[in-house]
Structure formats: structure tokens, C-alpha cells
Design a protein around this ligand. Sequence first.
Ligand code: FES
Length: 553
Amino acid sequence: MVKLRSLDANNPGRRANWKALGLSKEDMEKPKIAVVNSSSELAICYAHLDGIAKMVKEEIRAAGGVPFEVRTAAPSDFITGANKSGSYILAGRDIIANDIEVQVEAAMLDGMICLTSCDKTPPGHLMAAARLNIPTILVIGGYQQAGEIDGEPVDVEDVWSGQVGAIFGKEPKFPIPDMAENAIRGPGVCAGMATANTMHSVVEALGMCLPGNAPVRGNSPKMQANARAAGRRIVEMVWEDLRPRQILTPEAFRNAVATLLAVGGSINAIKHLQATAIEAENGVDVFALMEEFSDVPLLSPVRPTGDVRIEQFEDAGGARAVLKRLEPRICPEALTCTGKTLGENLADYEIEGPDIIQPLDQPFSEGPTIAILSGTMADTAVVRLGIRDGSRPEEFTGTARVFEDTKECMAAIEAGDIKDGDVVIARNQGLRGGPAMGGGASLILFALDAAGLAKTTAFVTDGQLSGLCLKGLTVAEVSPEAAEDGAPIGLVRDGDTVRVSVKDRSLDLDVLPEELARRTGPGIRIEASGYLSNFRESVRPMRTGGVLVPEKK
Ligand code: FES
């Protein structure tokens, strides 16, 4: 019989508090479950979560547990305005993990359900689950219903890309105010296989949500049923003592990486998976797994990689169908939050949309959708390839054009200062330099595309990219970042030759080491205060996923 840890802390003061909060004598002996809710009135990603939390709590009570709702930070791209506020998004991931630790660990609760939504909530929840190692299920919060104009779908990607395109005189497909008016018709995360839906699919591949949860229409009857099922299941998990570190094994990470590649997902998932692996202390090197699984092709071309809409992907079976297709290539023995293995969960499952999610031997695109590069300019860097139909360059040798911030770079593009053959470098946007990668590098991609330069230039940055960006040849998250002493991306100068080769997985700076040794980097150029300066001081390099927890000696 499992001994509830909440009872270990069952001192008179706590009992007095619980009694005053309305718990009965019987309740005192039941599993106490945190319902982690990042509900916020500031962003549509979170707008429905209070209602979902209520349903989850009802089910926990019905299953013999006692729920305690716990609030966390709610970072979202919808609530950012300037470079500095952009920094709060990634930095928010670690706040979420810490919020959970501070409340759930301090209260010694027995398990938790995390209502996961916008980009940084899934990794924040996974990291906390791995760190606390108490029985945990994530509930996938679902995606926004996109709108339409004249029968044509319009989503938030259309609004963002239209807005930047307009600066360069590119005609949007509909007037921007009309698109903004129509793009979002319900709560949930951005439509498309951007970071949030990628992470939701990855959560399912890791076994940390119930099967068939991702992706899902936000607040739909299906999503609500998933949440209720999780509410019942978490109480069982506590009594089974099924813990995250039994689920977040190296096998689970292999399944997650294969899924990320098969859905052509956001590159941001790599650092989030790595950060989760660090918290789980399982020794997994996600960057190495990306290479090991580089034979996994694109099985479903969801927007922005292709034309499949997220609704079609969900209706075709979503992440579960992808895992079914990947069965020959993944680890079916990985344990999941159902208490069964992934293989057992998939045994009787039939894919609803076999045309939308193709088998491994009939992929939509050969080769990986993302590749990790290294060379004289980076220990690691990430390139998102998407559908490899020859429409984007994969080999590029060009002339460096170096910019210390996004505004300066946008102005140069606008002024016609960037030419075919240039390698546009936006630096000081990394984990420390940004700080927290807040430089807005994605805007440059939209600008290059709008200026007709996406395919005749290459773009290299130590910053991150929006999950929606997929233009030209783009190399992001170059590490070491420019803020680190001696980092090649900090030493590169206008006119240097830079080479990118996807075939060779390389990113090289053609400057002799003696010459580089004579140069100095830009140092940190963006001031930070408050939490962001703490983040800058504590953050570890990209190879750790940018965690704030110190290295174990
Ligand atoms: Fe929250 Fe896009 S801003 S998912």
C-alpha cells in the first residue's frame, strides 16, 4: 500500500489549514492532487482553462482524491510587445517549473495534473514533473479554432506574416485588419504545427498525457473528455505510485524525437526536451538523438511545413497515428501514464486518416525535417528543413552581414542593403545575450521573405525562431552564443565567408584561427534587470536546453 506523502506532513497546523479550507476528516486521508492551471486573462491560449480545471477537480473528487488548484505564470507570444517583453517568454518556462516546485513540493501534494497550453507551459510542466517526480499527467489544452474570410481559412500566422510583409509592400492575402478580426475564433494555442502543437505531440510521444490527446480543438467536447479522464486517472496513478522518472526514460525521449521529426515540428522542442532530460537526470543527449533519428522522414505536412491544417491532422489521428506509423522505428516498451507501455496503448488502434499521416516507406518528404549542424562557427546549431523539394537552398556559401539587433537588420533589409548571396547574421539574441532569446529573430525571416530574399540569402542567428517560421535557409540557436567570450558568431565580421551545408551538417566560418584570435566579440549589449538579469546569470548553455538549475558536481 502506497504511503501518501501528504500524510507525512500531516502536522496539526496543516490539518487546521485543511479543515478551514473545507476538507472533511475522510478527505485528510485521501490523495491530494495539484491541478496546475496557468489561466490568464491576458492571452487566448489560456482563456478556457478555468473551466477545464473545474471539470478536472470534479473528477478527482469523484475518484477519491482531493484537488488543490495551483496557479502559475502564463507566458504567451500574444502578450509581448517589444524586445524586452519577448525575453519573458522563454524565461517564463523556468518560472512555471519553479512555481510548481514552490507550491506543490512545499505542500507535499501526492500528484499533479498540469493543464498545458501555450508554448512554454508543456516544457515547464515536463521539467517540474521530472524534478518533483510525483505522479503526473499533462492535459493538452488544445488549439484555437481558426477563422475564414470568403471561405478561405485565415489563422494567426497569416496575421503575423501579413503584418511584416506589408512593411515591404507585399500584398497580404486579405486586408490585415480583416484577418486580425477573423483569425481566432476560440480559445487555445496557435493553429498549425508551431511550438505549442509540436510540444503537445511530443508530450503524447513521451507518454505524459493520455493517448489520443494531441492535438485537440481547444475546449471541444473531446478535449473536455480528455481532461475528465485525466482527473480520474491521476488518482489511480498515485495509488500505483507511477512516477515521471519511470516514464521519462531514454526510450521515451527516442519516441519524442522521432515524433518531432515526423511531424516537421518546431525546433524549439529540441531545447525543451533537453531541459526536461536534464531535470529527469536520465543522461539523454537530445542533440545526439536528432542525428540518430535523421532517417525519420516527414509523415504529415502540417502547416507551416505543408498544407495540412491542424484540424485535418487531429481528425486523422494526430500524435497517436504518427506513433502508430513510427512503430517499427520507436521503443514500444516505453511506459506511459496509462500504466501500460506505448506498444500496448497502440495495439488495437487504427489510424483514422491514413492519407494525411503516411507510412514510413511512403513519406511526404525524404530525410529529416530538422538537422543539427556543427563546425568552425558552432558546436551546435539547428536548421529547420521542412519539405525537402528543392525549393529552399540547403548548401550556401556567402558573405557575412552582421547585425547586433533586429531593428538594425530590418532597416537594412528595408533599405535594400541586403543582396543576393549575403549571409545575414543576427547575434546577441541567445540565452544570455537576449537574454532568454528575446531578440525577435523571427521578424527578420518574415522580412527576408517579404523582400524576396528568402531563397537567395541565408540567415544565421544565435536567437530562436517562432515555430511558425519556415522560409529559406535558416540556421538558429547557434551555440556558443555571441555573448560568450571567443564564440565564433561573436567574432564574425562583415565580409567574412560563411558556409552552410545541410548535407555535411556543417556551419563554418572561413577565417583563419590566428585572425579570429586577434578579434574581440561584441560582449553583452542588451541590458537586463530584475528576473531577466537573474536568468542571464544562471542560464546554462544550449546543450543543456538552457536550464537554470546548476550542474551537479
Ligand atoms: Fe500561445 Fe501561440 S501565442 S500558442
